[in-house]
Ligand binder design. Structure first.
Ligand code: ACO
Length: 364
């Protein structure tokens, strides 16, 4: 995982809009969130998380067949953030694309990665959830600016003969609720213009109450469904890692499932809602704090813009030993080499176009 170092507390937000620390904590469970600095972006956070994941998995970027970045705040409309990460990592053998499914993006990407591996089309896939929501939040709208934060998390999925890993997934959508949570400006429907900027159309628009109602309904349903599909019962599940949007949504899901809150992983108080990064960040913390052990069954469950929702049942397999200090140095050299190669290619492309002039008919 990768988080910006800048912490923004509720009290700071209370200086910008009419709210209070007490209200935000009571209604959402959020105490503080991380905010990207000038040098941070969705791609740089994604890269940092990706490097950590590759190191923990002890996988070389050259082994990657596919990179998926789930994000609602891509670096650009295009090229894909995943392609920037591919270049910076020097992942020469990987396809790369972004996936847009709101806060459910990571679960969608995980499901896609697992199915691609099961089909035999890929062996090793890097899945990243990365967001800089602070860049698209309306800092004058108290209904939304209190909720969101920035960060990234990543995992490496690899083909293996060992039983386990991603067992079942569920992906759902209901586009009729699209306007409940949207960023209307900047796409082909409302291309950027002074009017779209003046009307705040490049900021998050949300009907909080309706999203809340939808979320409390689907979280428990999706969890039940993937657990049953895996031939398990809720008692078999060691930990549920829900999307961190609002503590009351997580509590409602736990009540509906008849599960104690100890089985729900919660870190919303420190990071707020980091959209598609929230589950991989929580997963990473849960592993590091020993909440997930080998052979545990866990569930990831999320909902978000679209509307979308989804869940996955995972049997946690023992992670390989992390990279040794020597291997870590080798990784560092690889990244340095990747940067050099990328710079050389840019230079060569410019030189070639100068020397050769416009493309000839045969080149076209
Ligand atoms: N501080 C103080 N008062 C506030 C604030 C605030 N920050 N925000 C709203 N209020 C007021 C409202 O104006 C309203 O006042 P009124 O009764 O005088 O009209 C009152 O508090 C209650 O407003 P509600 O909207 O009913 O408040 P609610 O308890 O529903 O909490 C919240 C609002 C936190 C936004 C909640 O609805 C929520 O969490 N919804 C889900 C949002 C979500 O999960 N979004 C992410 C989706 S994932 C993705 O894809 C990005």
């Amino acid at each position: 995982m990768a988080l910006p170092s800048r912490v923004m507390t509720n009290d700071e937000i209370a200086q910008m809009v009419d709210t209070s620390d007490a209200w935000i904590r009571e209604r959402t469970g959020i105490r503080e969130r991380r905010i990207a600095g000038a040098k941070d972006s969705t791609a740089t956070l994604a890269l940092r998380a990706a490097k950590c994941a590759l190191e923990v998995a002890n996988v070389s970027p050259a082994d990657l067949n596919l990179i998926i970045v789930a994000t609602a705040t891509p670096e650009y409309l295009f090229p894909a953030t995943a392609c920037l990460v591919q270049d910076w990592l020097g992942a020469e053998n990987a396809g790369a694309f972004d996936l847009s499914a709101g806060c459910t993006g990571f679960v969608y990407a995980l499901s896609l990665a697992a199915q691609t591996i099961i089909s035999g089309a890929a062996d090793t896939v890097l899945v990243i959830g990365s967001e800089t929501l602070s860049r698209i939040v309306d800092w004058q709208d108290r209904g939304t600016c209190i909720l969101f934060g920035d960060g990234a998390g990543a995992v490496v999925l690899r083909a293996s003969n060992m039983p386990g890993g991603v067992l079942t997934t569920l992906l759902r959508s209901d586009g009729s609720g699209g306007e409940l949570l949207a960023l209307p400006g900047g796409g082909s429907r409302y291309p950027p213009s002074p009017t779209t900027v003046l009307n705040g159309m490049h900021k998050i628009h949300m009907n909080g109450r309706e999203v809340f109602r939808f979320a409390t309904r689907v979280m428990a349903q999706a969890t039940r469904s993937v657990v049953e599909d895996a031939g398990l019962t809720l008692e078999d599940i060691a930990l549920v890692i829900p999307h961190q949007a609002n503590i009351r949504i997580i509590e409602a899901a736990a009540r509906s499932l008849g599960m104690p809150m100890e089985k729900m992983y919660v870190n919303i108080e420190r990071y707020g809602n980091t959209s598609s990064a929230s589950i991989p960040i929580a997963l990473c913390e849960a592993i590091e704090s020993g909440r997930i052990k080998a052979d545990d069954y866990i569930v990831l469950v999320a909902f978000g813009a679209g509307l979308t929702w989804g869940a996955a049942t995972i049997k946690w397999v023992p992670t390989p030993p992390p990279a040794s200090p020597l291997e870590q140095r080798a990784h560092a050299v690889r990244y340095w080499w990747a940067a050099l190669r990328s710079a050389w290619r840019r230079f060569w492309r410019r030189l070639e176009s100068r020397l050769k002039g416009p493309a000839t008919a045969s080149e076209k």
